[in-house]
Design a protein around this ligand. Structure first.
Ligand code: FMN
Length: 380
């Protein structure tokens, strides 16, 4: 057992008792402990697991070893690439990165606040997009070894410090930087709840303006295959989905991802285990942040379902894919997301919960289950 596996397993056994601590202490402990764990995790070495061939799938002419890979935010600065390749992930996603490096949020004496709700298979975070910046991460990604069937993606977002045309131009520059770093796809994060972006930035009109600007100055100027997908929150309202799909398709985007963490704290509260409610209420009232894991699964799936259904009614002259993120933890979740219309799936909270049980065998375990149930697309 490696050090990261040992820490994750010990944590798995201890976690149910965390909610017994005073909530502030629990968040402090977990926020600090998480940073220490991640350092060991990124540096961990493990044997190479093969991914069953029949799980491979193809999107935009790119071959993915399987339909499941990490969601944005785990490898913010391009860490852990070889590790997840060896674990058997379907692809690799770095970021979210911003123009300027960010250290992340601090409040009430706690840096990068995080709280797990293990009995509810969920979590809260108010990290605030800590990252080393587009330029630094692009440099790192450009130096990574490349493997067959293992595309590299990166998630990007407009810097909260920038506004107006400067912010838009910085996003175009980020796309150019990552194109030069030869990443295979880009995910535009339009849904982080943890940054100080202005209300103006978060408005529908500003979002559409960004999409139009990027379409004109980046999408239509692409000289190489570089699919760009857009990630929205699992809180996206059903009536917003058709207009969103119309805009993305008309402008030439290549896909959509539902979704990011939720800020519908009251809506999710009843699905938080009663023993974890005190911690949940403390976190959401003190920091706010984004809720992830099992409690957001239903809403994310509903978005995927509506988007995929609507997209089937549109005339396509190119590929457009719907991606499912939110509450994926076991093979059954992947299969359900695919039945709802997802081409591929990403996981975060469920990935770490499964790592605590299976260690570096985390993908082997789910891939074997997916092979047995025939849950992947098996398009090749
Ligand atoms: C600690 C943490 C950090 C995250 N950071 C990012 C991020 O940098 N960019 C992003 O697009 N999403 C980020 N997310 C959201 C996840 O990518 C994912 O969309 C969300 O957690 C729902 O998936 P899950 O239920 O599998 O966790 C983060 C989530 C967590 C829990």
């Amino acid at each position: 057992m490696t050090l990261a596996e040992f820490l994750a397993r010990a944590d798995h056994l201890m976690r149910p008792f965390v909610a017994l601590l005073p909530p502030h202490t629990a968040v402090q402990l977990y926020s600090q402990g998480r940073n220490f764990f991640l350092e060991q995790f990124f540096a961990d070495a493990q044997p190479h697991d093969t991914t069953p061939q029949e799980l491979a799938t193809e999107l935009w002419g790119l071959r993915f070893r399987s339909s499941l890979f990490n969601a944005a935010g785990i490898f913010k600065n391009g860490e852990g690439y070889d590790m997840v390749y060896r674990q058997g992930a379907g692809a690799y996603l770095a970021g979210t990165t911003t123009t300027y490096p960010r250290t992340g949020n601090s409040k009430a004496g706690i840096a990068k606040p995080f709280a797990p709700y293990p009995r509810s298979r969920s979590a809260s975070n108010w990290l605030g997009l800590p990252n080393a910046g587009h330029a630094e991460v692009a440099k790192r990604l450009s130096g990574l070894p490349r493997y067959n069937d293992f595309p590299i993606g990166v998630s990007i977002m407009a810097a909260p410090e920038s506004s107006g045309r400067a912010a838009l131009e910085e996003l175009v520059e980020a796309i150019q930087m990552y194109a030069s770093a030869r990443v295979d796809f880009i995910e535009l994060n339009e849904s982080c709840p943890n940054t100080s972006h202005s209300d103006e930035h978060k408005s529908w009109d500003a979002m559409v303006e960004r999409l139009e600007f990027l379409a004109e100055h980046a999408l239509r100027k692409r000289t190489q295959r570089l699919p760009i997908i857009v990630k929205y929150s699992s809180d996206t309202q059903q009536e917003q989905i058709a207009p969103l799909m119309d805009i993305l398709n008309t402008l030439g985007y290549d896909g959509v991802n539902f979704g990011n963490t939720s800020t519908r704290y009251v809506h999710h509260a009843e699905r938080i285990h009663h023993s974890e409610r005190r911690l949940y209420d403390y976190f959401t009232q003190t920091f706010g942040g984004g809720v992830s894991g099992e409690v957001v699964k239903g809403d994310a799936l509903a978005c995927v379902h509506h988007a995929a259904e609507y997209c089937r009614t549109l005339r396509h002259d190119r590929e457009f894919h719907v991606i499912s993120t939110g509450g994926i933890a076991i093979a059954e979740d992947v299969r359900t997301a695919q039945q709802a219309g997802a081409s591929v799936c990403q996981w975060y909270t469920g990935y770490f919960a499964q790592f605590a049980v299976h260690g570096h065998g985390v993908y082997r375990h789910i891939n074997e289950a997916l092979s047995r149930v025939g849950g992947m697309n098996n398009r090749l």
